[in-house]
Design a protein around this ligand. Sequence first.
Ligand code: NAP
Length: 545
Amino acid sequence: MITPASPRPLDVDVLIVGAGFAGLRLLHETRKLGLSARILEMADGPGGTWYWNRYPGARCDVVSADYSYAFSPELDQEWRWSERYATQPEILRYVDHVVQRFDFARDISLNTTVTGAVYLDEDQRWAVTDHTGREWIATYFVMATGCLSVPKKPDFPGQDDFRGESYHTAYWPKEEVEFGGKRVAVIGTGSSGTQLIPIAAEQAAHLTVFQRTPNFSIPARNRPVTDEEDRAIKAEYPERRVRALNSPTGLGFEPTKVKALEAPEDERLKHYETQWNSAGFGFILSYPDLLLDQRANDTAADFIRAKIAATVKNPELAEKLSPTGYPFGAKRACVDSGYFETFNRDNVTLVDMRDTPIVEITETGIRTTEAEYDVDMIVYATGFDAMTGALLRFPIRGAGGLTLAERWADGPKTFLGIMTDGFPNFFFLTGPGSPSVLSNVLMSIEQHVDWLGRLLEHARERGAATTEVTRDAVERWVDHVNELAAGTLYPDARSYYMGDEIAGKPRVFMPYSGGLRGFRRRCEEVAANGYPELVFREHAVQPVG
Ligand code: NAP
């Protein structure tokens, strides 16, 4: 047990920002360690990104049996998922169940927005301020704020003048939004747009989809989980969890040993067909070289484009919906339920913004370089300030007053995606430099939290007041992450992996592309070697070099 040090009422050992999957999991870990902890959460309920993204059609695109906590075998046995890919309301019910089951609520402050955090050099503690001006003092400060949690605010000229209804998928209201009988516009065709569009099309009088970049999308093949399947999942849950953790991306899939270009064409097509009908997001793992070799990638991309051409009846429309010019998977692929089929409907129009970009939003609709579209509702499915957005949302000042934004001016600099130099006792979960968005993020969260828990124990055993990574270790890790990415096709697409979604964001590949399995091994090595990359201090002194 770590000795709790909480002399003042608002003092805690560990202050956590965010009551999403990561924050709750960390709260569980801190309790195991005997540390006092508090989560500050801006929303009025837990769930993180699943709290906010309430748009119709929102569901996870990793199979729910795997997109769920692995830390409690009892929880595995008592929770029953109703569908292969749970909807957002069901995921939120799961989160609420977890909160109640583990009595988390007593350590969560809801409706509490953090506005700043400062490391107090002399005290070796963090002072964290919330929107009411209240100050929280903590030994450890952890951002569990997610990779995709700060919505990208659309900035189309004139958008505030629009007199109809406007929504962002990531700020969807709790009240039901009626599409029925309305002319609806959706801007954006990423995962959120792709999930919403088929549902909006079924209800709206007319749906106009504004697409800038066509996306690769794989059918989800969602279906109810039968009682028999549920029993089978539960019977083998312990092995399933181990298999997922040891798989390259936490999804439980192993790519074939044979490479795409080594397989005879007829066999390859057969394999793609099987994958298309069953693998969902795992389609990208059909062959081990799909993200390493452009020619291999072309075989998968061609297969998907042929599927789009076979699904969308109007060939011109099919062409516009077909992704070209970037490798399949280098930009996050979508997993859909009837997305391409939607464009066969009479009440759906596609506007290709590559030919006719949006000029402005008017009082009555959207004007492109070619036409004016009068609508009753505009849905912005324009995504997030990914990976660094939440970490840089409010000023975080480390040792000597340097802010995280200053330290990361040229792009995020981390060690293992969990810490950065100059910020003692400061951690973030599934941050840039970790597999995060390239993995089953639930597995990544648990891996990071387990590792952090052991690090905190180690620090206690050494009697360390502060734990910090050296700049050298950070630089080496950033180089390693870049080297790995350079050997892949990821940099060949414009994507949020590269910071392309926000104008002016440094263009660097942010996630760790070596897979969760390889990453976990590296993390284990660091721990087994006694954390040589870290400096443990009894008293804060000069900066680490
Ligand atoms: P996204 O993938 O970043 O897609 C945003 C869309 O908006 C893109 O089509 C983008 O076009 C378009 N866009 C953005 N700004 C624009 C502008 N100024 N003008 C025109 N078009 C613009 O965001 P998302 O769909 O919200 O998904 C983000 C991520 O969240 C996903 O990749 C996934 O990781 C996660 N997610 C997961 C699920 C799930 O588990 N099922 C569901 C939803 C989201 P460009 O492509 O040209 O930039």
